[in-house]
Ligand binder design. Structure first.
Ligand code: SF4
Length: 753
């Protein structure tokens, strides 16, 4: 029996865990009191991680698909030799544009991203598709305009707020905020705190709220506009903040004053007195905080919604304060900047779509593969993702896969996507290798948790660092050996803080500039070899140096003490030596302003394209249902027992085995449905059979299905709803192409018992 620090990998919180292990199995899993971010908190999902680590669908050997569609085991050498040859041939025949990459990390596995992104560079492609572009790119794009860079991501200090406004989120189930359930309980039990929830369903979070606005689905933009209008009409905006920290308030105010408040509130179908109460309460709060999530980011007007939620906390001055919304820093940032107005922007061939935060929207992937232009996508690498199950319009994507000349999947299990691949490569699980998350979104204190391996890899599985480095070596993109660098890495005295190694590395890159395409692999094969089991984290050394240079005072406040030239190295050592997670920076609130990327360090409220979205709102259709599809489906509800696609064995669930469709009793009666019965749910994209749960908490006209179901296990039929057979990829935000998963018009037909 041994005890290890690690973390839960099921949601973006990545709570610290203390686990007991025996015979290569989890024996006991509990919250880690020593973890500086979660401090011992966990929810019920973490205790069931054995269902991820040990199950019968784990991949153990590289597989190659044969002409009859079955798979045969092959060696790593054969798999990587054949894949390397095919990639080189595609690149020389069609150029880099023929290659796309999907995925690159889920909730807790971002370390591999440093390796797999090298393949894109070596192939000369920019086409990185990723699930963040199913959800968050509207937010990133708005951040770019308002704060000057898409890297300027906002976070929320929920724990210290006295007024919490939650729109389109159910943190009780989805978490996403520190110690979610404990934090919500504090709001419920403390009369000095107010919790407001805006959601079409009376969710678990809404049940704890002081006020619940059960709005009509898809009307969030109208409700937020009305609230903003009330705030400026009543002079509740923060004049001081707007004058000193922002530009363009007058233009925004002029538009907000035009908003027909009563009409918009009627469209949202919520009581007008309650809307006034919330607008005033939030604006007057000492520490008002706004938490939003996919409920508004995957619904009608999603990019405008991202603008309006930011206006709410900016116009009221609830920004850059304890208990408000803030910008944050990150050691291993998962969000980067791409401004589509630059001439160097690479657009997709069929849709002419630009990247946001260097990501292309998965919603368009099927179309970009399945067309006849010579520059179409012909080769696809999928890593840590299951697009056949998670992208809108599964049927369209399955058709597109057939057109690929090469499809490779890297994963821990035989997923729905892997079944379509030419090659399937087994990755070590998140507990079998060194891992980390880039979802360190806290401010003013931030953390980094480098998780050490706990188990030996299953079968022949390898960590991504090894898979991609070997592949690049076979493609001739990087050498196999670096005698000088390896010697220095091994023998350099600690006192020099790797200064000699970094100098020699810089010289190497100067002499062989093509190696800059694959810096993580170079570090892995050199410094990494001297680091033992943590070798794949070698690339964190330069990141730590850059981070310490950018935020020296905050790093020192976090307790890392060293002269400037050595501060990054000491930070790196702290990360390596803190298996429970480490505090990497401790900022002061005033540092917020230095994180704004505009040259004047002010927030731009009135970017013309953003204002235009607001101006166009009255012309939008608020009801997209029709006689054929009269109900609105929320495709992807968060519940107690869904966890992305990570848990494939259905035995992990203690309840809701079928992922039932929730429907209001009046609608159930209207459509002839009974609790526990079955129905056919159909949309313009397809139809699936669902189990019915009659649910008083759901708004009439609105039905919900959970995400995280529909996977096969041990060659079974799909278990639970495959929701993306219902979601058309054409229903999407016109600017960012994020899907309207939370607003899918559907119909229901009873199925006889
Ligand atoms: S699912 Fe999220 S909140 Fe729950 S233990 Fe895991 S990381 Fe923490």
């Amino acid at each position: 029996m041994s005890t290890h620090h690690t973390a839960c990998i099921l949601c973006s919180r990545n709570c610290g865990l203390l686990v007991e292990v025996e015979n290569e199995q989890f024996k006991k899993i509990k919250g880690d009191d020593d973890c500086p971010s979660s401090k011992g908190y966990i929810c019920q999902k973490a205790a069931r991680l054995t269902h991820y680590q040990s199950h019968s669908d784990r991949l153990t050997h590289p597989l190659k698909r044969t002409s009859d569609g079955s798979f045969v085991s092959i060696s790593w050498d054969q798999a990587l030799d054949e894949i390397a040859a095919k990639l080189k041939s595609i690149k020389s025949q069609y150029g880099g544009k023929a290659f796309a990459f999907y995925g690159g990390g889920g909730q807790g596995n971002h370390l591999g991203g440093a390796y797999n992104q090298q393949l894109l560079r070596v192939m000369g492609s920019r086409y990185r598709y990723n699930s963040l572009a199913q959800e968050k790119t509207g937010d990133f794009w708005v951040n770019g305009r308002m704060f000057g860079s898409q890297k300027c991501h906002t976070t929320e200090d929920v724990e210290h707020a006295d007024y919490l406004l939650v729109i389109g989120a159910n943190p009780y189930q989805s978490h996403g905020i520190p110690s979610a359930r404990d934090t919500l309980k504090h709001f419920k039990n403390d009369p000095a705190k107010t919790l407001v929830v805006v959601d079409p369903r009376k969710t678990e979070t809404a049940k704890m709220a002081d006020i619940h606005l059960q709005l009509k689905p898809g009307t969030d933009a109208y409700l937020m506009s009305a609230m903003l209008s009330i705030i400026v009409r009543e002079g509740l905006h923060d004049e001081d903040f707007l004058r000193t920290r922002c530009q363009g308030f007058d233009a925004v105010k002029a538009e907000l004053l035009k908003v027909p408040v009563e009409q918009y509130v009627q469209m949202a179908d919520v009581p007008i007195e309650a809307v006034y109460q919330v607008a005033r309460g939030y604006a007057k709060a000492q520490r008002g905080c706004l938490r939003i999530d996919l409920g508004i980011q995957q619904s009608l007007n999603s990019t405008l919604n991202s603008y309006l939620e930011k206006l709410l906390f900016l116009v009221t001055g609830n920004f850059g304060i304890h208990g408000g919304n803030n910008l944050h820093v990150g050691l291993m940032p998962v969000i980067t900047d791409s401004d589509e107005r630059k001439p160097s922007t690479v657009r997709t061939v069929r849709h002419g779509m630009f990247p946001i935060s260097a990501l292309y929207p998965p919603n368009l992937l099927a179309d970009e593969i399945n067309h006849d232009h010579p520059d179409r996508i012909r080769a696809l690498f999928v890593d840590s993702g299951n697009p056949a199950s998670t992208i809108a319009d599964t049927g369209k994507l399955e058709e597109a896969f057939k057109k690929l000349e090469l499809m490779v999947v890297v994963d821990v299990a035989m997923t729905e996507t892997a079944r379509h691949a030419h090659y399937v490569l087994p990755a070590a699980s998140q507990f079998e290798k060194t891992e980390a998350t880039g979802f360190n979104l806290e401010f003013p204190e931030n953390y980094f948790h480098l998780r050490h391996p706990i188990f030996e890899p299953t079968g022949d599985a390898l960590p991504e660092a090894e898979i991609y480095t070997r592949l690049l070596e076979k493609m001739g993109a990087v050498p196999k050996r670096y005698p000088v660098l390896s010697f220095i890495a091994k023998h350099e005295p600690k006192a020099t803080g790797h200064a000699l190694f970094m100098g020699a590395l810089a010289l190497k890159f100067l002499k062989q500039s093509r190696l800059k395409q694959a810096p993580s692999s170079v570090l892995y094969r050199t410094l990494g070899q001297a680091m033992g089991p943590l070798g794949s984290a070698a690339f964190l050394l330069p990141l730590s140096i850059v981070f310490a240079k950018a935020h020296p005072a905050a790093v020192r406040r976090a307790g890392v003490q060293a002269p400037s030239w050595k501060l990054g190295y000491e930070l790196f050592q702290r990360i390596l030596n803190s298996p429970q997670g480490a505090v990497v920076s401790r900022h002061e609130m005033d540092d917020t302003w230095s994180l704004i990327a505009h040259a004047d360090k002010k927030i731009q409220l009135a970017d013309p394209e953003l204002i235009q979205l607001l101006v166009q709102l009255p012309q939008q259709h608020i009801d997209q249902t029709c006689d054929r599809f009269p109900l609105v489906l929320m495709a992807g509800e968060r519940r107690s027992y869904n966890a992305q696609q990570i848990y494939r064995n259905p035995a992990w669930r203690k309840q809701d085995p079928h992922g039932a469709l929730r429907i209001h009793p009046d609608d159930a009666q209207k459509y002839g449905l009974q609790n526990g019965g079955r129905a056919m749910c159909e949309s313009e994209a397809g139809r699936i059979e669902v189990h019915v749960e009659v649910d008083e908490q759901t708004r009439p006209g609105f039905v919900t299905l959970p995400h995280g179901y529909g996977m096969r296990f041990q060659d079974s039929a799909p278990i639970g709803p495959q929701i993306n057979r219902l979601t058309p990829n054409t229903r999407r935000d016109p600017l960012t192409h994020t899907p309207y998963h939370k607003y899918v018009p559907v119909n229901l037909l009873p199925i006889a018992a």
